[in-house]
Design a protein around this ligand. Structure first.
Ligand code: MD3
Ligand code: FE
Length: 199
């Protein structure tokens, strides 16, 4: 039940239930101003995960490709990153740079995220911080090459993961969620936030 990969730092139950509820409330404001969309991969396939973002940049995908964009697909800027996430970033990463993107992934029943590397950022030296909220998610992590050995771990609501060093370019994905395992989100599902330096 634990994952041994250099640069993968898990802070189990970093957020207590009050802090999780507080973060969900802040995210409601973000989502009101930047509604979730069902992204389409460059091949035209809709993803099962719904996405939106906060910060100077959001990560988007459509038939033109994957990229960071300063505007939402509908042409408005992204809302600011909630303050409590900026404080967590400072506390857990100690990074000299502030995060420029908070990608917000929503997993409804049956949603998954295939194994991939995060390579759309200008520099891989900065860490990525991930916050899990709501239902449990089965996270899978491999190495720097596709097809290598992988390890899996259930991420639960309130868990925070920081990926740096070798883990930063590791293949990773989410195989499935345990829909209905948490009561944090009234309609169920899993939210994952990833904070990154993009430029
Ligand atoms: C390991 N999100 O948004 S978070 C993504 O749960 C993404 O929604 C997953 O993969 C999710 O790109 C996993 C944990 C995570 C995030 C970024 C990483 C692990 C990572 C970057 C490099 C290595
Ligand atoms: Fe990723």
């Amino acid at each position: 039940t634990h994952l041994k990969v250099a640069g993968f730092d898990i802070h189990t139950s970093y957020l207590d239930s009050a802090a999780q509820a507080d973060l969900v409330a802040a995210l409601r404001d973000v989502v009101r101003r930047a509604p979730f969309v069902t992204p389409v991969t460059p091949s035209g396939k809709p993803m099962s995960v719904q996405m939106t973002a906060a910060g100077a940049y959001g990560w988007i995908t459509d038939r033109r490709g994957y990229r960071y964009a300063t505007e939402q697909p509908r042409g408005m800027p992204w809302p600011p990153i909630p303050q409590q996430l900026l404080s967590m970033w400072e506390d857990l990463t100690g990074s000299e740079r502030q995060p420029e993107c908070c990608l917000i992934n929503f997993y409804g029943e049956g949603a998954r995220l295939g194994l991939h590397q995060d390579k759309d950022e200008a520099c891989y030296d900065w860490p990525v911080m991930s916050v899990s909220l709501g239902d449990d998610g089965l996270f899978r992590m491999g190495g720097p090459a596709r097809g290598g050995k992988t390890q899996s771990i259930w991420l639960q609501s309130g868990d925070v993961v920081v990926m740096g060093g070798a883990a930063r370019l590791a293949y990773h994905g989410v195989d499935r969620i345990r829909f209905g395992s948490s009561t944090l989100l009234p309609k169920g599902g899993r939210i994952n936030l990833t904070l990154r330096v993009v430029t």
